[in-house]
Design a protein around this ligand. Structure first.
Ligand code: DX5
Ligand code: ZN
Length: 216
């Protein structure tokens, strides 16, 4: 499978969101990555259901929804109703992770689990066969345009081994500090899906940048 690109609109121009989404629609991007932050699980806040609903009306790409919130179980049905196609919850935010995964699947969404940089990939062993996606954070979540954490390559290699060993079909996604300079090395380590925020939205020609990221 060739790798997938999921632009994150965290650093997009929210006053011109329709234009930004239409740009992504016309690009070679595969998914649209939405960062939902609650100011509790992470130090920052972003947006919620009304904005997701509006994005869904405009986006032609699947909505890859990354929940950086505590107690995600309280809101799973509302994310579905707002238009999420994939829902990724944080390992660190879920006391009953197995139940959360089951609920997301029973609602008909694809399910992912994210782990922070300090969280060991081994902790996912028992749930891996149930997952569509594992999101390995390559920055501490909360903000765009942070520096990539170099130790991430080891985690990706460990995760790839674990996926093979458990017979899981989960894709490996990375999020944070990804760009033209490190994508190939991450791909060699085993990554399938790349979230890219600042690299795309701070670029002079976002369409061309997405094209280049897709070609690597
Ligand atoms: C960080 C978010 C990321 C972020 C990535 O907490 O989960 O999706 O937008 O942004 P860049 O690519 O700018 O590091
Ligand atoms: Zn994200």
């Amino acid at each position: 499978m060739s790798h997938l690109i999921a632009p994150s609109i965290l650093t997009a121009n929210f006053l011109d969101l329709r234009k930004e989404i239409e740009m992504i629609n016309s690009s070679e991007a595969d998914w649209l990555h939405l960062d939902i932050m609650d100011g509790v699980f992470v130090p920052n806040m972003t947006f919620g259901f009304p904005i997701i609903r509006l994005i869904k009306e405009v986006s032609s790409k699947p909505l890859d929804t990354h929940l950086m919130i505590v107690e995600p179980d309280r809101h799973l049905e509302r994310f579905l109703a707002a238009g999420a196609d994939m829902l990724t919850v944080h390992y660190e935010a879920c006391t009953h992770l197995d139940r959360t995964i089951d609920t997301i699947k029973s609602l008909g969404m694809r399910v992912g689990v994210a782990i922070n940089p300090h969280t060991s990939v081994q902790l996912l062993e028992n749930v891996l066969p149930d997952l569509d996606l594992v999101l390995n954070m390559t920055v501490n979540p909360g903000y765009g345009a942070q520096s990539f954490i170099e130790n991430s390559y080891n985690k990706i290699r460990q995760l790839r081994e674990l996926i093979v060993r458990t017979g899981s079909h989960a894709l490996i996604q990375v999020d944070g500090g990804v760009g033209l300079g490190n994508l190939s090395k991450l791909k060699d380590a085993g990554v399938d899906v790349f979230v890219v925020g600042n690299t795309v939205f701070a670029s002079e020609d976002p369409l061309e940048t997405i094209r280049q990221l897709k070609q690597l």
